[in-house]
Every structure is written in C-alpha cells, then in structure tokens.
Unconditional design. Sequence first.
Lengths: 379, 368, 82
Amino acid sequence: MKYVDEFREPEKAAALSQHITKLCHELKKPLKIMEVCGGHTHAIFKYGIQDILPRSLEFIHGPGCPVCVMPKGRLDDAIAISQNHQVILATFGDTMRVPGSRTNLLQAKATGADIRMVYSPLDSLQIARENPDKEIVFFALGFETTAPSTAFTILQAAAENITNFSMFSNHVLVIPAIQQLLESPDLQVDGFIGPGHVSMVIGTDPYHFIAQTYHKPVVISGFEPLDILQSIWMLLLQLTQNRCQVENQYHRLVHPEGNTIALQAINQVFAVRKNFNWRGLGDIPNSGLKIRPEYAQFDAEIKFTLPNLQVADHKACQCGEILKGVLKPWQCKVFATACTPETPLGTCMVSSEGACAAYYKYGRFAQTNHRQKLDHGHG
Amino acid sequence: MLQEDHFFNKYYTTYLTMSFPSHQPNQLKDTHITLAHGSGGKAMGDLIKHIFVNSFDNPILSLLEDQATLNLANLTQQGDRLAFTTDSYVVDPLFFPGSDIGELAINGTINDLAVSGAKPLYLSCGVILEEGLPVDTLRRVVTSMKLAAQKAKVQIITGDTKVVHRGAADKLFINTTGIGVISPGINISAHNIQVGDAVIINGELGNHGAAILIARGELALETNIESDCQPLHYLVEHILNVCPQVHAMRDATRGGLATVLNEFALTSHVGIRLYEEFIPVRQEVQGICEILGLDPLYLANEGKLVVVVASDHAENVLSAMKSHPGGKNACVIGEVIASPPGLVLLKTAFGTERILDMLVGEQLPRIC
Amino acid sequence: MCLGIPGQIIAISDTNHKLAIVNIAGVKRQVNIACIVNEQHPPEKCIGDWVLVHVGFAMSRINEEEAAETLQLLEQLASLSI
C-alpha cells in the first residue's frame, strides 16, 4: 500500500532505534514522552515500538482518545435518546461498548433500541433520507480530525432541508486538554508526540504555547511506525541540542496553517462550549464543541430532553494519574482485576486505544521485565 | 420424516403416488413461504418433496421415514470411530460474494468432521423459515446445498422443516448435523500439541469475514473479495496420506486464526509464536482492515485449515498441501513454544513481540 | 479520531455534492472531497490525487515531494553507521 508500506520498513526501524539509543545515552537520564493521540498509542503497541527503544525511554499515554474521555453522563444521554421508539441512533463502532452508568449502546441495541454502526457521519444522513418517518440522531464524537466531517454533514442536511436528522455533539478539542495536563504540577513529561491527524486540520501553530510557555518540545507525528520513531528521534535531538520547538515530522500531510476549509466548516457549524467534563480529567474549560444556534434544528440536545446528569467516575479509578504519567497501567490498584477490557471501570480501559486496554491487550507479556525495572528503579 | 402423524404420513404417501392428469407433480406453485408450509399438511409435504427431496435426491431420503437408518457394518468397515458434529447457520446476507448460506451449511459441518481426520458421510438438514421468505430464495439455497454435497460426496439423508411467524427468524436458519468415520490409528486433537511443533495454514486469511462485511452493504465499500468457503476433507485426506501422525487440526472460522491458536495454546498448555511476515493476507483484505481499524487475524474464514504437526514432518505436510488445490498458498506461520503457556505471541515484522489475545466480544470498526 | 488511510482518487462521482471514488489497496469507496477542493483545485483536478481518508472524507492531499523527502531522510539515517 502506497504511503503506508514505505513507512513500515523494519530495516529503517532498526536504524532509527540505534540513533535513538545513542541520543538517550547522551542525555544520560530517564525520559518520558507523551504521545497525546490514541492512534499513536495503538501503533506503539501494535508494532511493539517500546521493545526496540532503550529502557530509559518511557511512553506516557495521553488523553487522546475521544471515546475514552467521554463521561458516563453523556453515554446515558445517548442511550436515553435511543430509547425513543421513533429514533434511529447512528454512531461509530468505537462507541458501542463504552459503559454509561448502567449499560452501554450494545446492550441497549440488544434490548430493542434501533442503534446502527456507521463508518461515516454522511451514512447517518443517508439513513435519514431513507427513513423519512423516523428521527435519525448521529452520536458525534472525535477530536478536531472528525469535527469537519460532522460539520459538513450538518451543512449538507441544511442544504437539503432534511428535518428528521440531528446530532448529539461530543466533539472535544486537543489543545485545552494538553494545556490542562501542562497545568498540573505532578505532570512528568519531557516532550510531546503531537497528534498528526488533528494537526492536519488545526495546523502546527496552536502548539507553540507548549514550547514557549511550558518549555516542552513537540514533534507532530504521522502514524506509521517509522513516523513515530523518526518523531522520537527528532524530540531527542531537540533535547540534546537544548532546543525547544514545535517540529513537524508529518509534513507530507500537515501544514502550519492546517486545513482552512475544514476549519471554516467547524467554525460555521460549531461553537466552543464554556466547559466540558472529561472522564478521568474532570472539567476542562473551552474544550468541547456544541452546535451553533443557527443550526439548532440539527441539535439533538435541543430536540430531545436529556437526563444531562454528571456521573462521577468509579471510586477506585485512577485514570487521572495514568493520563498525567504519574502511574503506569499496572500500578493502578484495579488493573486487570476489577478493571479489564470486558469490565472497564475507567477511561483508560474503555477503548482499545486507552493506555490500560492497549497495555492489557498488547503489552502484558513483553513488558513484565521492563515494568519490574521501572517499579524498582525510577517508577 | 417430517411429520409426527404416521397415519397422515401413510395417507400422504398414497396421495403422492396417485396420478392426476391436470396436476403437475414436479412444481411448487407458491411464491412465498407461509405458516401452512410448516403445519404438517399438504403444503408442507409439497415443499419438502419439491424443494428438498427432489434436490438432495438419495435413496435414504426418498424413503421419507421419520429417521434415516444406516447399516453399522458398513460404517465399521470404514473406520473404528464415529465423528459427530452439529452447526447452525444464521449468516446475513444469505448470498454473498463467493458463496451463500447453503454452501456454508454443508462445508462448515463437513469441515468440523474433517479436522478430526474423519471421512464425512452423512448430513441432516433442519431449516427454520421465516414466513414470507420467497420460495425462489429457498430453492437457490437448497440447490447450493445440493451442489456442495455432491462436490463433497456426502449425502443429506434426513431433515426437518419449521416455519415461524414473520419477524421471529431472520429469513432462513439452517442446522446441519454430520457424521463421519475415522480410520484406525488417526488421532488428531488439540491435546496432542507438543513444544517444537510447526503451525501451518493453507492460504490467505480473512477473505470470508471481509466478504460478509462488504456484502452487508452498510459500509459502502466495493471490492472483489470472495468468501473462501470450501470443503477441507480432501485436503485433510491428502495430508494424512503423507503424515498420519498430524497432532492437531482446526478450521479457523468465527474469531479467525487468533481464536483457534488461543484455544490450542490453552488446551495443550503451550505457547505459540506466530511470525507476522509469513501470515498470508490479501491486499484488499488488508485495505479493508486498515480503513475500518480491524485485525485480519480475527476475521472469519470458511476454508482455512490450521495444521499443527511435529517439526520433522512439517516439510512433507507443507509440500502435500501445496500440491493440492485447497492448499496452494500453504505456509508455515509459527511454532509451538514452552513459555508463556496458554498464550499466543506475535512476532512483528519489526522483530518485536506482542500478545495476540482472545477476542473480547465482536471486532467492531473504529475511527480512533 | 486518528484512523486515516491513504487512498487515490480515481473518479469524481458527483461534482455538485463534492463526491469522489477513492481506491485504497483495491478497495473502492465514495468519499466527500469538500475539504480538499477550492477554486484553484476543483473536483476534476482531484483525479489522481493521493489523499488521507477519514470517516468517508478526503481530509487532506498527501504531498508527494514531502513524502519523498521524509523517506530520503529515513534512508540517510539508515545508511549512517552508529
């Protein structure tokens, strides 16, 4: 596959691994790198990238999984919408198993709600066209990567005057989340691997505050293993050279100004919420998107009466500390016992990109020795 | 065979042998299945005769008894154990690229017998029909079953038909139960797996699962991928001819290769190491998996045989498989290791290793 | 929100609605190209473009030269002995 296979070549990975190791030796201290995006977490585990990096370099898996950070209350709202017998609720596959306070969408579907998985928000609009006597609600989620697609879908619905369609918007924004983490005094991170596809939309400019105000280097990275390895190498190079900048490894796709057409669509349809609650991280101001009044007819929060309850995380859940890099998955008291992929308690186990779920699925065996060293060394 | 009332059965047999010049005994006029077709009366009898009996066409079935009887001596001449399995088929859509529910219902059950080393001989066929199912659809499915049975040289010798209210079943469900005989000395079981064994697959993975996903139409993806549905007993026979001491075999159906290997690892309390670079996956299947965020190792197959054999015999078995049409793309994809017991490890093309876990629930497409 | 895959636009299926057919490793799908078209680069000009596909939208064009540059750097790093 073009633009994919070339960025997965093992020989180049081995070479990059050697360069990275050399830089780690030069830096002489243990390093923690946060990859913000769930897609990066997934790739790191899928390709076993941690295994070809020196033990002194550790990944902190950030909150870049919009599915994982969805609070239980919002899931409950979506399930409530689906209980209406006129409603067809459409959503991405990721959302189906996310637990609300009592149940999830898969269970709701099993007990009779008309809930359908779609690949694209446009598919949900098609369902609306084909079912004029039903009310179609698209459960929209995702970072800035996905927001343009839902924005364009609403614009299309408006252009066609479709009246039986609305969206339940749970889009969240990356930059406020990163800022919240940076504000935290116990955050332990030496640099950031930036989300490549979010950056495809927002550009590289929004990240400058990380380098300038918080003095942490950033490299915007692609998602193939060689992209990630090159980005790590670039980060370490910055650290050895005492530079602190925002660099763009994914420049074949990401431009400094982002995608203006996509950004315009987002701005036309959405406004920033004053506040949004993130599972594991709490309330983050200006971190969510809601539909503008001009498109109120497509806003499910207006069309439907929702429970709208804020539901606290499980008492034993330590996701907040995992997201900040204070704890590793296996250090959480309930990891792999009460909290497993089948019975997730918190955000980090909910989706397969959550740090705990990814670790549970991919890393359990290989990391056994590694984690012992980390626990007894510099944990 | 299908009616509990012997008197009615006798009456019906008499009725069928009467000749009516204006009646065309070889045609079923109904266009859709109704509840009458399951109620034990004439409609049902016509359905059974014209759709099933005429198609499957064998002397045992044509007797139309409540059961099929088989001569035990014939069976014991062919082997010293009976293999016996059952499976139900509920696939949606009924027809998909490369195959359909009918062919699946025959080959799927044959394969469950074949992986024990049994020669499949006889199948039963129980169907549950949804009221309103077009008779033509049923005809198509049954014809497909007939052709698959002929190709596999098995006979469908008994069956059952039920009709349920509209909405109580999804179009058509089929159950096939099969028996086969195992020759003396053949002992194939997941419990036989030894450290050092080779793990061999007969071809590309994930084609069936991908074909079904595409056929459902919701994802609006277009490809030329077809199901790999095929009977595996000829390939198995071929393998056993060169190596009767094969340790374990299974067909990698729901849950894919990863599920079968996890089951093997748990049953024999061994570890299995797979080499990603040797696992054959078609480019289009890879493409679909990349688009939807799926892993081809968990996709269903309907014609893939996983063979675990002592390393000394691996070469011979591999050559035998490659020389057979059902195993042209056969290759060694892994080995059995002592530790970690009960787990399957995947060695990536990078040389790194990760666990290939049991599937948690169904694999769902993702955007993250 | 991150899952995107490169594909090549092989046809425009609906200019007014900005829809095109993309080929991803032999798999074809209709995608929306609103994010990558403007006056300088109208739909017809998109045929042959390599794009990043995410949830049924072509989000951005892949720049061939930039990709080659990245690969070249990776080659150089691979040939440099440690």
